[in-house]
Structure formats: structure tokens, C-alpha cells
Write a protein that binds this ligand. Structure first.
Ligand SMILES: [Zn+2]
Ligand SMILES: [Zn+2]
Length: 303
């Protein structure tokens, strides 16, 4: 849910318009950046925020009337670049942990007031922070090489979630939440489980994964079957190439027969691979849905 600030004109998530109240939160006509500048939300109208506040039983901090549409950031391109920046910050746990919102807002205010300053929306977040004179350590989850090898050996190079081969040393609790690099918090996973798990809480991922044990067993079987088949196919191709080289002719009945046989093998491998991919997609969908449901239940407020 996004609102437009009636002073700067930025369209930002509703959290930027929330003011703590004695009992209930209130919704302000101005964004938190403009409020941090010292602008008084009670002196500005914002009919959209007012309407939402009334319907959602929040108090509205603002005055009645229509918004003028004159913004302190009149250039739409510039507004979009700040909106992208705020979105990057709001969505980044590491940034929010290491950089208090007030400090971040202060740097934004300084940039907004400098007419020569422009931040392209597509820049990586780390570079945007640098341009603002801020920095965040995004490498907190670095575990040194020796520890990674120890973990891999401990779990015999098997993903502890699905059982396939794995090399990703993964945090049970996402490091973005816990900052915990101790060995107890480290586990071995395959790149696929690691990617799917991402910032999901460990307990939730394990619970969803337990519901998938029969599917996981299938995945291991697919992996075990596909590896040797691929190798067999490569060997046959190499043999064919060697024979072509020896005979010095391309059109030869024996070579044609080998080609036909190789083609049959390739088709069978491709078909097995596509079955494998279908099972993998199904499994990933299960995790995605479980994560969405979890988040929807966590998020108690609709604004
Ligand atoms: Zn504003
Ligand atoms: Zn796995």
C-alpha cells in the first residue's frame, strides 16, 4: 500500500506515513523524510491518506482540503530514483539493522537539497549508499574457507534438506536476522535448497521440507540416475568422434548406427531431465506457497 507525500511528492509504502500514537498509530499527510525536515504534517492536506485513515480507523494528522500538486521534488525522474532508493532500503534487512532509519533519512535529505545530485534508479543498492556517503556491510555472512570445507566433510557433501549433492554452506537462521556464524548455525545444502530457503526462518523451511520427504527421495533418485547417464552419453560421443577421425569418412554405416543409438540415448536423458525439472518446480512451489502463507499470517496490519 503506497501513498503520495503532499510535500515532496514521493510515492512510498504506508510505513513512511505512520506516526506512533498513544493507543493507535496515526497516518500523516507527509512522509517521514519531510517530517524529519521539520515540516508539520498537521499543516498539509492529503485527501487520499485522510480517506484511508477514516476507513481503517486511524487518526489522520493533516488538514482538510485538496492537495496542491506542487511538490518540492517536481521532476518525476528524480522522484522515481528516490522511490527506488527507499524501496531498496525498506526491503534490506542488513541495511535496516546497520543503518538507523533516521540516519538514512538524513542522508536522503542532504541529497534532495543538492540540485547537482542524481541517483539512477537501476544502480546496485551498495553503490547508491556509497553515493549518499553511507555504507553497509553486506558480507556479514562470510564464513572462512576452512570452516566451509569442514562443514562439507561433516555432512559428506550431501544436502541436509533434500539429500542431493550439495556444497552450499548455509545458515540455519538467516545471517541477515541472527548474525550468527557459529558452526552450530551452519549446515550443508544444495544450491537449490539454499536459493529456495533464502531468508525463510529455519523452522518453517524444515517443516515445509518434511512434508516433501517422498518427493525429496525422488529427487535423489533422479540425480543418481542422470549423473551416470550423462557420463555415458559423453563417453559415447567421444568414442564416435574418435571413430570418425580414424575412418576419415563421415558417411559410414557403422558410424550412422552409432549416431542413431546416441540420439536415442539423448532423447531418453532429455525426457528424464524434463520429468526431474517438473518435480523440482512442484517442490519449489510448495515452499513458495508456504512462505507466502506464513508472511500473510505474520503481517497483522493491512497498513
Ligand atoms: Zn515527503
Ligand atoms: Zn537440497
Amino acid at each position: 500500500m503506497k501513498f503520495q507525500c503532499s510535500s515532496c511528492g514521493l510515492r512510498l509504502e504506508s510505513l513512511h506515513f505512520k506516526l506512533p500514537g498513544l493507543v493507535n498509530d496515526r497516518l500523516a499527510s507527509l512522509c517521514d523524510i519531510c517530517r524529519q525536515r521539520g515540516l508539520d504534517p498537521a499543516a498539509s492536506p492529503n485527501p487520499v491518506v485522510k480517506l484511508f485513515a477514516a476507513n481503517l480507523l486511524y487518526a489522520f494528522v493533516g488538514k482538510d482540503g485538496e492537495a496542491s500538486g506542487d511538490f518540492s521534488l517536481p521532476d518525476l525522474k528524480i522522484r522515481r530514483s528516490y522511490e527506488a532508493l527507499m524501496q531498496d532500503y525498506d526491503g534490506n534487512v542488513l541495511a535496516r539493522q546497520q543503518l538507523p532509519r533516521a540516519d538514512f533519512n538524513q542522508a536522503v535529505i542532504k541529497a534532495e537539497d543538492d540540485p547537482s545530485f542524481f541517483l539512477p534508479g537501476k544502480l546496485p543498492f551498495a553503490e547508491k549508499l556509497q553515493a549518499l556517503g553511507l555504507s553497509v556491510d553486506f558480507q556479514l555472512n562470510e564464513v572462512d574457507y576452512i570452516d566451509r570445507e569442514r562443514i562439507r566433510a561433516k555432512y559428506k557433501y550431501r544436502c541436509q534438506y533434500c539429500g542431493r549433492r550439495g556444497r552450499s554452506v548455509d545458515h540455519k537462521d538467516p545471517v541477515s536476522v541472527s548474525h550468527d556464524n557459529s558452526l552450530d548455525n551452519l549446515i550443508l545444502s544444495c544450491s537449490e535448497c539454499n536459493r529456495i530457503k533464502s531468508n525463510m526462518p529455519y523452522d518453517l523451511f524444515v517443516k515445509l521440507n518434511e512434508e516433501l520427504q517422498p518427493l525429496n527421495k525422488k529427487l535423489v533418485k533422479y540425480e543418481n540416475a542422470l549423473g551416470p547417464l550423462e557420463k555415458e552419453f559423453q563417453d559415447r560421443r567421444n568414442m564416435l568422434a574418435a571413430k570418425v577421425h580414424l575412418k576419415g569418412v563421415v558417411n559410414d554405416p557403422e558410424l550412422a548406427a552409432i549416431r542413431k543409438e546416441n540420439k536415442r540415448l539423448r532423447d531418453a536423458i532429455d525426457s528424464l531431465e524434463s520429468d526431474y525439472d517438473a518435480v523440482r518446480r512442484l517442490r519449489e512451489d510448495h515452499f513458495k506457497l508456504g512462505w507466502k502463507l506464513y508472511l500473510a499470517q505474520q503481517d497483522k496490519e493491512i497498513i
